[in-house]
Design a protein around this ligand. Sequence first.
Ligand SMILES: [Zn+2]
Length: 177
Amino acid sequence: MVRVHYAKGLLELFEKAPALQNRIEYTLWFFPEIEDIRFGRAARSAYYDSGSGTVRLTRGSSVYVIGHEITHYLQDGRHFNGKTLPEGERQCDLFLFARSPALVFDVWEGRDSSYLGKALNLGLLKELYSKEEGQMMVYEACREAVAMYKERPCHYIRWAEKRINENIMQRLRHRYS
Ligand SMILES: [Zn+2]
């Protein structure tokens, strides 16, 4: 069972925004390797506080944002006791998306923008895919990239971005052929 510590400021926020606690608990379900973790409140936007090893969130933090900041904790060998993940923002998103389609950024109903997404054609992704299809497609590309990376060092991030964009362009061609 995971030990979750919520700072006082965040517990106070839960009283006004109970859905945030639900989103945190839902997101944690996808991280079975975590034994204990600390959450606090962020003043403006969510971030991972590497000084104290705390995931700091705001009232509106989405499942993607929560998952992204939790993944930064897994990159931090000073606080996380398990096997750490490669550092970096794009690495963070790629390893997050490879866990589940449910953790892929939501450009459909939500307002997420991902570090990985900067290289992607998000307008077309949104237009040509439903949310479920799009999240599944991104998840599969990232899962494949993580498997490649585990086998040997490679340009797995660029590979995943290229793969996702190729899928989008292929779907575009199908639509107009
Ligand atoms: Zn980040």
